[in-house]
Design a protein around this ligand. Structure first.
Ligand code: TYM
Length: 327
């Protein structure tokens, strides 16, 4: 029997080069070997206050991006989390099997509450429990994610393991799939912080929809360091990040990427990385624009995906309810 993959992405803005290289770009390659579900996690998105019209647009846009980036809806289940009530139902149940002490340790909660001091809501706090439910609902074996989601996956494994200990083998314990290169793409202006769509600093983040000239301009302005060597090193976060992006985009190793720029200056290096990124994204951008003009198709993908996901989720939820003792 084929194993199962689940991953999710928040519709909180245009996807970034970080989520593309850390996660989405690997998703497509897995669909030959696994049953794959990729979810637009709108329930997660509302842990930060959203404008309804913008959230609706972002969700649609993200679904179109997933398809444009190569996830064929015939081979992958693509859907909106809010269309499948089992996520919220299992999320509630697992809240009762997760300790406050565990949630207190979540670094993303700490970061996000610092950034949203006026809206530290309970959903933001229990977010990792819903994420746990997303994964175990489908008995997922593998969860392809970037480095920032490792801690949430560890919590998922702990909670699922605890549930199994009480009730027998109900859930598959998932493994994280974190890519060896690109798992943590950093900001272009703050290369010690991850590239993130919530970061408003101008030029820090590459959005997948950025025009080629904008992309190249952002790379040209990327922060480097005072020496002139183009190599990966801990004390050269800016250069290391650019080399990582170049390696991911070209499929080369980091040392091959270093060799490509031997003897070259930072100006040439940054321009080339920008051009490579812009060129690689262009066909995806064109496909995205085409899909966004086809509402009927997007609606059909979302409806079929939700139907399949609901069917796949039902047996596990039934098993959980039976085990707990619900009438
Ligand atoms: P989200 O929407 O923040 O990010 C989506 C995916 O992209 C990865 N990612 C990055 N990888 C490398 N460098 C970066 N700068 C970067 N930024 C983002 C993330 O690690 C993630 O894999 N909580 C999740 C969504 C989620 C989920 C799930 C994931 C909900 N339920 C179940 C896996 C399984 C999130 O906020 O991802």
């Amino acid at each position: 029997m084929k194993k199962t993959i689940f991953s999710g992405i928040k519709p909180t803005g245009i996807p970034t080069l970080g989520s593309f290289l850390g996660a989405i770009t690997h998703w497509d390659k897995l669909s030959a070997q696994y049953n794959c579900l990729y979810c637009v996690v709108d329930l997660h998105a509302i842990t930060i206050r959203q404008d309804p019209a913008v959230l609706r647009d972002n969700g649609r846009n993200l679904l179109a991006w997933l398809i444009a980036l190569g996830l064929d809806p015939e081979r992958n289940v693509l859907y909106f989390q809010s269309h499948v009530p089992a996520h919220a139902e299992l999320g509630w149940i697992l809240n009762c099997y997760t300790y406050v002490g565990e949630l207190n340790r979540m670094t993303q909660f700490k970061d996000k509450s610092a950034k949203n001091a006026e809206n530290i809501n309970a959903g933001l706090y229990t977010y990792p429990v819903l994420q746990t439910a997303d994964i175990v609902l489908f008995q997922a074996n593998l969860v392809p994610i970037g480095d920032d989601q490792r801690q949430h996956l560890e919590l998922c494994r702990d909670v699922a393991g605890r549930f199994n200990k009480i009730y027998g083998d109900i859930f598959t314990i998932p493994e994280a799939f974190v890519p060896p290169v690109g798992a943590r793409i950093m900001g272009l202006q703050n290369p010690t912080d991850k590239m993130s769509k919530s970061d408003e600093t101008s030029g820090d983040c590459i959005y997948l929809s950025d025009a080629s000239d904008v992309i190249i301009k952002k790379f040209k302005k990327a922060v480097t360091d005072s020496d002139s060597q183009i190599r990966v090193a801990e004390d050269k976060p800016g250069i290391s990040n650019l080399l990582t992006i170049y390696a991911c985009m070209t499929g080369k190793t980091l040392s091959e990427s270093e060799a490509d720029f031997e003897g070259k200056g930072y100006g040439h290096f940054k321009q080339t990385v920008g051009e490579v990124v812009a060129e690689n994204l262009r066909p995806y951008q064109q496909e995205h624009a085409r899909l966004m003009a086809d509402n009927t198709y997007l609606d059909k993908v979302a409806a079929e995906g939700a139907k399949k996901a609901a069917e796949l989720a039902a047996p596990t939820l039934a098993k959980v309810k039976q085990a707990i003792g619900f009438n």
